[in-house]
Design a binder for this molecule. Structure first.
Ligand code: DP6
Length: 327
């Protein structure tokens, strides 16, 4: 006996960052976060549960992932089995759709697609809210990838109250885009999970982060409701930099940013001086993501091309599609 389901989820980029958990097992964050969903980056995942299987297996872009690396996925599948009251193991076949092999694949789209595929395969009948709670158990940011457009993840107090929901933007999403500047990182990178944990536990600047993040969320929501791009940009840029500043206060201190990241940030400032408003944000890596109004995107790309190769610059629209079941 076997049952399967397949789903597609888009990745998202946080404009107000999730940085630190108050409960590691249930992935309950310290603060609310807010993201946009990207049209060009997504994951398609098929899951098949069968009485024939003796363990979970993960095939990623056609290659079987070895057992050691599937520990995180196995843990998530245990959560699914507990919820569905089943002991069936699964074959997970996942494909990441990203324009280049530039490390842009994300756990957000991966766990959102996997949660929805499991919901379908096992007939769990989960609402979007409960799907977001389930996806959260795989990776915090995945809770946001259940929805399209602007999405807020309410930190909540516990498993029942920590979930995401869309933020109404009156179609403003259609006028915005995100430009990725892909920067190759030579150094050994710190995962977001390890980085946020070390920072929350040891950083002298972490309380400062917590003291301001709620205000940032409120300001961003205000900017969205009035379609005030400048205000949105100023708040998200400051929030992103503040997140990176917390890492400098950790013991030992660390940074995800490299000289080329700063070069991209400088170009963003230059674009603003030239009259092309755009604002940057960075996550747990050196890539720089630039939020821009579509009407100025070509001008910003033109400036970036003076310093970066064409293959390093990728633009994506914002999608309003959330996770969906596919054939
Ligand atoms: C910097 O969702 O990858 O991208 O919950 O431990 O899996 P885990 O972390 P993850 O962290 C994302 C951190 C971030 C900011 C964000 O997306 O909000």
């Amino acid at each position: 006996m076997s049952k399967s389901g397949k789903a597609r989820a888009h990745t998202n980029i946080a404009l107000i960052k999730y940085w630190g958990k108050r409960n590691e097992e249930y992935i309950i964050p310290m603060n609310n976060s807010l993201s946009v969903a990207l049209d060009r980056f997504y994951t398609e995942t098929q899951v098949t549960f069968s009485t024939e299987y003796q363990r979970d297996r993960l095939v990623l872009n056609g290659n079987e992932v070895d057992e050691k690396e599937t520990a995180k996925v196995n843990k998530f599948m245990d959560v699914v089995r507990q919820l569905a009251e089943t002991n069936l193991y699964a074959l997970i076949e996942s494909e990441n759709f990203v324009p280049t092999a530039a490390g842009l694949a994300s756990s957000a789209s991966a766990y959102s697609a996997l949660a929805a595929a499991c919901n379908e395969a096992l007939d769990l009948g989960l609402s979007s809210k409960d799907l977001s709670r389930l996806a959260r158990r795989g990776s915090g940011s995945a809770s946001r990838s259940v929805f399209g457009g602007f999405v807020e993840w309410e930190r909540g107090e516990d498993d029942a109250t920590s979930y995401s929901h869309p933020v109404e933007a009156d179609d403003w999403e259609d006028e915005l885009a995100m430009i990725f500047v892909v920067i190759n990182d030579q150094s050994k990178s710190v995962s977001s999970r390890a980085g946020m944990s070390l920072t929350r536990e040891t950083s002298r600047f972490y309380q400062y982060w917590l003291d301001h993040v709620e205000e940032d969320i409120n300001e961003v929501k205000k900017a969205i409701s009035t379609k005030d791009f400048q205000h949105l940009g100023e708040v998200i840029e400051a929030n992103g930099l503040r997140m990176h500043a917390t890492n400098l206060g950790a013991q030992p201190p660390f940074s995800y940013l490299v000289p080329e990241s700063y070069e991209a940030m400088r170009i963003v400032h230059e674009c603003r001086e030239l009259g092309y408003p755009c604002y940057f944000t960075m996550d747990a890596g050196p890539n720089v993501k630039i939020l821009v109004e579509k009407l100025n995107a070509d001008k910003v790309i033109e400036q970036l091309r003076k310093h970066f190769n064409e293959s390093q610059i990728i633009m994506s629209e914002i999608t309003r599609s959330g996770v969906e079941i596919i054939e």
